[in-house]
Write a protein that binds this ligand. Structure first.
Ligand code: HAM
Length: 416
């Protein structure tokens, strides 16, 4: 038997219905914030993600699905959405005439070679949004508000935004120096990867999974102590705006996020202190890193699968339609012909309609009526059909009514 790959899963049945419900809520909300939909390709040139996310990040060193295609090109399966969206932005020169910010949202599968566990898969979905062209704190606040309200609309009222600032380039460089000076005397106590990270990318020592519990890492310098005045003011202003919008946030001085492109605000959404349900931040240098001019950007991605899991675990009632509107039953060949066109007619007029397509007995058809939880059933009958009538039965009250077949749609419209 061929089985699915580790860290992947099939989406069907109730889960598919739950996802459709969540999709609709999120798409509607993104549209309210004036974001337009975008999808980028599942595979791109490896260079895009390697350069965009950062060569020394865990994601690029350990998690990307990299391969050569038949034309000997280096290809990577999309591990995250931001780099691809930036590639789209640069490739289409959308920076040319930016009178307003360009705002897009996506719902895309991502691929990371991680150790699968609950809420961590190798194929997973992110709902994300990116905003290009504004360096004003107002756009940080908008992205955080969109993220926060998405969870709240999904019924996860108790989420908290964990917030930190990495500051501008000057602040980041000062912080980098401080980390190198702090870690150098302790480097022998850290893992081999961290030894390499020390000179290349000391920030990444802070999210090392091997040394996560080490006191050395816990006591490392904090970004906020290295922010210059401008970056500090900016962070204060952002917090004021979040207060104004009554967004539940907490400053977490340890939060640095595992991708290299961030500066200024970084944030994650958590519930009951478990793993992050989503994360984002500002990435003012990324457009330039990927070949465009200097255009600021800020964005967020929700761990969609984790969010649905959290909804289930927290008892959020996700409405799932587990019934159909009408089941049409029949016996004779002429009744079957009527069932054939009548079912189509109902379906095209917006009703969920079903009939027998397995040439089964009436008894078996009645069992389907129950299994599909049909609200109404119609048992076709040749003698009734001669006078253009059908009998429709309310499956709950068991009340029956004889209706002219031409009035059936009106009857259902009125009663449902
Ligand atoms: P990220 O933190 O790597 O950020 O991923 C965002 C969210 O995706 C995580 O918080 C988590 O909920 C979910 N996630 C990550 N890995 C997995 C996995 N293996 N299985 C299930 N869920 C997972 C980014 O990807 C950035 N591109 C976010 C961003 C957008 N920053 C700015 N714009």
């Amino acid at each position: 038997m061929i089985t699915k790959q580790k860290g992947t899963y099939d989406i069907y049945g109730d889960l598919a219905k739950k996802r459709a419900y969540v999709d609709e809520i999120l798409a509607t909300l993104c549209e309210k914030y004036n974001y337009g939909y975008i999808e980028t390709p599942v595979f791109e040139a490896s260079e895009l993600f390697h350069r965009g996310v950062g060569e020394t990040t865990d994601m690029v060193q350990k998690e990307t699905y990299d391969f050569k295609d038949r034309g000997d090109r280096d290809i990577t399966l999309r591990p995250e959405g931001t780099a691809g969206v930036v590639r789209w932005f640069v490739e289409n020169k959308l920076y040319g005439n930016m009178t307003d910010p360009i705002k897009v949202f996506y719902n895309m599968k991502m691929y990371r070679y991680e150790r699968p566990q609950s809420g961590r898969n190798r194929e997973f979905t992110q709902w994300g949004f990116e905003c290009f062209g504004s360096d004003d704190v107002m756009s940080d606040a908008e992205v955080i508000s969109l993220a926060y309200n998405a969870y709240r609309l999904l019924g996860l009222d108790d989420v908290t935004i964990k917030l930190n600032s990495l500051g501008d380039t000057e602040s980041r460089n000062n912080y980098r120096e401080a980390l190198i000076n702090y870690f150098r005397p302790h480097i022998d106590e850290l893992c081999e990867d961290c030894k390499e990270r020390l000179e290349k990318n000391p920030l990444r020592i802070l999210d090392c999974k091997v040394d996560a519990e080490s006191e050395i890492i816990k006591n490392a310098p904090k970004t906020l102590d290295y922010l210059n005045e401008e970056s500090k003011n900016r962070f204060e202003k952002l917090k004021d705006m979040l207060d104004l919008m009554e967004i539940n946030y907490e400053v977490d001085t340890k939060l640095v996020r595992g991708l290299d492109y961030y500066n200024h605000v970084v944030f994650e959404v958590v519930l009951n202190d478990s793993y992050a349900l989503g994360g984002g931040g500002r990435y003012n240098g990324l457009v330039e890193t990927l070949g465009g001019p200097s255009v600021p950007g800020v964005g967020f991605a929700m761990g969609y699968d984790r969010t649905i899991l959290a909804m289930e675990e927290n008892g959020v009632n996700i409405p799932i339609n587990d019934s159909i509107d009408v089941y049409i039953l029949y016996v004779s060949e002429s009744e079957k012909e009527t069932a054939c066109y009548l079912t189509q007619d109902l379906r095209l007029n917006g009703f969920i309609a079903e009939t027998d397509s397995m040439a089964r007995s009436l008894k078996a058809q009645f069992k389907s009526v129950d299994r599909f939880n049909a609200k109404y059933l119609i048992v076709l009958n040749d003698s009734e059909l001669e006078s253009n009538k059908v009998t429709i039965k309310d499956n709950k009250t068991k009340q029956e009514e004889s209706v002219n077949i031409n009035d059936l749609l009106d009857y259902l419209d009125m009663h449902m």
